[in-house]
Design a protein around this ligand. Structure first.
Ligand SMILES: NC(=O)c1ccc[n+]([C@@H]2O[C@H](COP(=O)([O-])OP(=O)(O)OC[C@H]3O[C@@H](n4cnc5c(N)ncnc54)[C@H](OP(=O)(O)O)[C@@H]3O)[C@@H](O)[C@H]2O)c1
Length: 160
């Protein structure tokens, strides 16, 4: 990505989305304050209608952070300009053949050195974490239940 490009982040209110700023971001009402604080330039409420309808022109890059069914993924891919990129860390987002859009599916590698480098950036205040709550280890099962029910926003810290 280069300065001045338009980037659409689908699912910006989650734990991963908090690392991405100065973009067009999708968020529902519960994540609006957090996504605004992350620094999004434009916020689209994905519960109010198709995201593409809220954009006045195509984006250079789409970053998808949400598991989507094929129809929803195709609708989102259509927001990217020819020559742009559609990157997903959740379900793959495949632009139609001939659209001239590069599709990338990213899978994180568990790497201790990378994690240490990220922790150093957090400690230096270079990046901010969206921690919504902390729980003792004894409540881990309940935290999982709440997460599976969609009741957890941002990241949760478990204290041993
Ligand atoms: N590929 C990899 O290596 C890798 C690594 C880590 C995570 N992941 C995946 O990346 C995804 C994001 O992780 P996360 O930790 O950020 O998840 P998360 O904290 O659960 O956040 C996901 C966000 O998606 C939003 N959302 C839900 N349905 C949506 C829709 N239809 N359209 C737009 N936004 C929607 C919600 O936003 P609101 O709060 O605004 O409603 C929620 O905050 C997950 O699917 C996870 O499995 C992949």
């Amino acid at each position: 990505m280069t300065a001045g490009q338009r980037v659409l982040v689908n699912g910006a209110g989650g734990g991963v989305g908090g690392f991405v700023t100065q973009v067009i971001a999708t968020a529902s009402t519960r994540s609006l304050p957090a996504v605004r604080a992350f620094g999004a330039d434009q916020i689209v409420d994905y519960t109010a209608g198709p995201v593409a309808d809220a954009l006045d022109r195509p984006v250079d890059t789409l970053l998808n952070l949400v598991p989507l069914d094929p129809a929803a993924a195709a609708a989102l891919a259509a927001t990217v300009r020819p020559g742009g990129r559609a990157v997903s860390v959740a379900s793959p987002v495949e632009p139609p053949t001939g659209a001239g859009v590069t599709a990338l599916h990213m899978v994180a590698r568990n790497d201790v050195a990378d994690l240490a480098a990220l922790a150093a950036l957090v400690e230096a205040g270079e990046i901010r974490l969206d921690v919504s709550a902390s729980y003792p280890l004894s409540e881990l099962a309940e935290v999982h239940r709440r997460s599976e029910a969609g009741l957890v926003r941002g990241k949760v810290v478990i204290i041993p």
